[in-house]
Design a protein around this ligand. Structure first.
Ligand code: NAG
Ligand code: NAG
Ligand code: NAG
Length: 225
């Protein structure tokens, strides 16, 4: 009975939040719609096309790590992938940013970086009602995208000290179709430090394991063309 009440309350809160978001859209949304639908905006073309690369800063907010398996050499992780970039083509006059929620037609019209996870075995976009993806556009043309995914990631584990072992597992991302000449990926920096770029779940969420601080690097492998 009690859990029923809690669920109803939760449903109500979510519903209210939805109404608030809808209200902040409106006329500015029409302006944005016109910009993105105009023939001058090409969804397939990156910002500053032909010019300097577009900087995309990346942040991972990992909410859980689970099913670590020495047998299949993989682990599961649920996370928010947040990206931020600047698209000077879509600035608009407004005091507030615009949120484009899952299912919004405009989400498909805006250029977004084509990041993918390299060492993934299995990926799942959350689609409880719709894909969990939100895009926020700031009046000056800055854009943030926020996607929630659950992944099964490959981790080559070294088992010679099993069971007291320490494993180094990667989460590797790259742009699918853009080289460094077009898209410059970097970890989010706050005040010159990238220590906020990857957040791990709390220790007690993963009994029997200790998570050490993550180590972020950026590499530029050379691919044969
Ligand atoms: C990208 O970032 C670099 C510094 O990290 C900066 O020099 C460059 O101007 C930025 N590019 C754009 C298009 O903003
Ligand atoms: C970054 O620096 C500014 C000014 O020094 C400070 O107000 C802010 O709290 C800092 N942010 C973080 C996340 O440390
Ligand atoms: C982080 O990774 C780099 C490159 O692999 C390595 O040189 C460095 O020692 C690592 N730092 C830590 C604290 O593990």
């Amino acid at each position: 009975m009690i859990s029923n009440v809690t669920q109803n309350l939760f449903g109500l809160l979510v519903f209210l939040a939805t109404i608030v978001i809808t209200k902040t859209e409106g006329r500015t949304l029409d302006v944005l719609n016109d910009k993105l639908s105009s023939s001058e905006y090409d969804t397939q073309e990156r910002p500053n096309a032909g010019g300097p690369p577009v900087n995309v800063s990346v942040e991972l907010y990992i909410t859980s790590i689970h099913s670590i398996s020495e047998i299949s050499m993989d682990y599961g992780a649920t996370m928010y992938l947040m990206m931020r970039w600047f698209d000077p083509r879509i600035s608009f006059e407004s005091p507030d940013p615009i949120d484009l929620r899952s299912g919004s037609k405009l989400q498909k019209l805006i250029w977004t970086p084509d990041l993918y996870f390299v060492n993934v075995k299995q990926a799942e976009l959350h689609q409880v009602t719709e894909t969990n993806k939100q895009i926020r556009i700031f009046p000056d043309g800055h854009v943030t995208s926020d996607i929630r995914v659950t992944l099964v990631l490959i981790c080559h584990m070294h088992l010679h000290r099993f069971p007291m072992d320490k494993q180094l597992c990667h989460i590797e991302m790259e742009s699918f179709s853009y080289s460094i000449k077009d898209v410059h990926l970097k970890w989010l920096t706050v005040n010159g430090s990238d220590s906020h770029a990857v957040s791990l779940p709390s220790h007690d969420s993963l009994p029997g394991f200790i998570l050490e601080r993550p180590n972020m690097t950026v590499e530029t492998p050379l691919y044969p063309m």
